[in-house]
Design a protein around this ligand. Structure first.
Ligand code: NAD
Length: 492
């Protein structure tokens, strides 16, 4: 069993109170680690350290290329240690090692991307309407950043925040989800090895309501970046109002997967499964809302049901496992309840809808992949994020109806369109009110492309060039170059 600590000012420390928390493997409920459980006082101390490191430290004044160099080294370290990191992520989350390895490769890519950007944005010279003057727009770090991450992609979500914040020259306090802190701790050890200066990145471990809230509320924090559920996002916005800190919110999704009759049938079926069951559906962009053209619906759903029955549940460490457990007993109960509500409101259960009977899986938080047919837009399972391996089925007859159904949500994170008619694909993707749309694919994302939501899926964007800008202030510098500038009060 691992014994880990928090990272404050370059030192590995316990919580001041001495409190600890057990970290549980969702596959078998075994305790895999003991970590400190911080409280508000620890969070305040971490913020103070980050403030001091920003105000008086060297990091924000280093040339971008030097910060970038450290991030390149970190990316290399992550590659070198990807097997170990991936296994840790699988122990902590239950996802398959194959998925975790892919996460680690993506994470290395995220650090490389922002490493490359660190010295690319020198600002710009703009035209000044005032004679004999120069006008420049420069980018500066925001300051102290609070970063709060969820449990579904613990290290990937941390990387999306750490990499641009570091590249831009900020200092930070990161709080991983209290139930999945292990890879964030491990990558902090790697940051120490590559020489990220003390005080620049501080890691506090503890509950959202206390430690997370302090990061959102503190007037010493200049920016709060949060990934998680909408209810928490609302609390963070309110807490952040005191000093009007910058806010970046990556929230949930209820993502439509729109299949037209002219799509490639086999590929669309295959990807509908991938869209919804990847990481047991615990993905903000999971394609859980299948919206399929009526003329192919019966054949499409029949095939989906057959393939769903064959999905192999098991340990993330087994090579043939396709789906691991859900993250916790609490979350499993939530998913079960949603499927019950769906049926109470009139949806028809076609497959799944329960925990598996396999005796091998009884200690884990497993739930069978599930399909609910006959869903309508007013149902709870269509409007609320289930965050489990559940596909809801709706049908449409016309393109306009497909667009209307797809957009009928408070969320607007991502969605896909399946068709061989590229004109139609273009019309539909342009009409979708979502931050990311895919044509004839589901899930691809990469550091070069921005990620974030319309509507209640969030505020701001991560990744891409815009992901760096989230962590920068913009300053206009006007320089008069005329020894006798003309102003209204000197004008003759
Ligand atoms: P959550 O909102 O319960 O928790 C997320 C984080 O917020 C945790 O670290 C938690 O400790 C902290 N937190 C909880 N209460 C807080 C408070 N009052 N103040 C400050 N921090 C607080 O979310 P979760 O259950 O960990 O994650 C699942 C959610 O995350 C889903 O809704 C999912 O869609 C969303 N998500 C979104 C994206 C995206 O890119 N849009 C990515 C991953 C997950």
């Amino acid at each position: 069993m691992l014994q880990k600590k928090m990272y404050l000012n370059g030192e590995w420390v316990d919580a001041r109170s001495g409190e600890t928390r057990e970290i549980i493997n969702p596959y078998n409920q075994e305790v895999i680690a003991i970590v400190p459980e911080a409280d508000v006082e620890d969070a305040k101390q971490a913020i103070k350290i980050a403030r001091e490191a920003f105000d008086n430290g060297e990091w924000s004044h280093l040339p971008g290329a030097e910060r970038g160099h450290k991030l390149f080294l970190l990316a290399e370290k992550i590659e070198e240690n990807k097997q170990e990191l991936a296994e840790l992520e699988t122990l902590d989350t239950g996802k398959t090692v194959t998925e975790s390895i892919a996460d680690m490769e993506d994470i290395a890519g995220v650090f490389r991307y922002f490493a490359g950007l660190a010295d690319k944005d020198g600002g710009e010279v703009i035209e000044s309407p005032i004679p004999h003057s120069t006008s420049m727009v420069v980018r500066e770090p925001v300051g102290v950043c609070g970063q709060i991450t969820p449990w579904n992609y613990p290290l990937l979500q941390a990387a999306w925040k750490l990499a641009p914040a570091l590249a831009a020259g900020n200092t930070m306090v990161i709080k991983p989800s209290e139930i999945t802190p292990l890879t964030t701790i491990r990558v902090t050890e790697l940051m120490e090895e590559v020489g990220i200066p003390e005080g620049v990145v501080n890691v506090v471990l503890g509950p959202g309501a206390t430690v997370g809230n302090e990061l959102a509320e503190s007037e010493e924090v200049d920016l709060i970046s949060f990934t998680g559920g909408g209810a928490t996002g609302r609390k963070i916005m309110k807490a952040a109002a005191g000093n009007f800190k910058k806010i970046a919110l990556e929230l949930g999704g209820k993502n439509p997967n729109v299949v037209f009759a002219d799509a490639d049938f086999e590929t669309a079926v295959d990807q509908a499964l991938n869209a919804a069951y990847f990481h047991a559906g615990q993905v903000c962009s999971a394609g859980s809302r299948l919206i399929v053209e009526e003329s192919i619906k019966d054949a499409f759903v029949k095939e989906l049901v057959e393939r769903t029955k064959g999905v192999k549940l098991g340990s993330g460490f087994e090579e043939d496992t396709e789906m691991g457990p859900l993250i916790s007993a609490e979350h499993l109960a939530k998913v079960e309840r949603y499927v019950e509500i769906g049926q109470e409101e009139g949806a028809k259960l076609l497959v799944g809808g329960s925990r598996p009977e396999d005796p091998e899986l009884q200690n884990g938080f497993f739930y069978l992949p599930t399909i609910l047919d006959g869903c309508t837009r007013d149902m709870t399972v269509i409007q609320e994020e289930i965050f489990g391996p559940v596909i809801t089925v709706e049908t449409f007859k016309t393109e306009d109806e497909a667009i209307e159904l797809a957009n009928d949500s408070n969320y607007g994170l991502a969605g896909a369109v399946w068709t061989n008619d590229m004109y139609k694909a273009n019309r539909v993707t342009r009409a979708l009110r979502m931050g990311t749309t895919w044509v004839n694919d589901f899930h691809p994302y990469f550091p070069q492309a921005p990620w974030g939501g319309y509507k209640q899926s969030g505020i701001g964007r991560e990744l891409g060039h815009i992901g760096l800008e989230e962590y920068q202030e913009t300053k206009h510098i006007f320089q008069n170059l005329d020894p006798q500038p003309v102003h209204w009060f000197t004008k003759k």
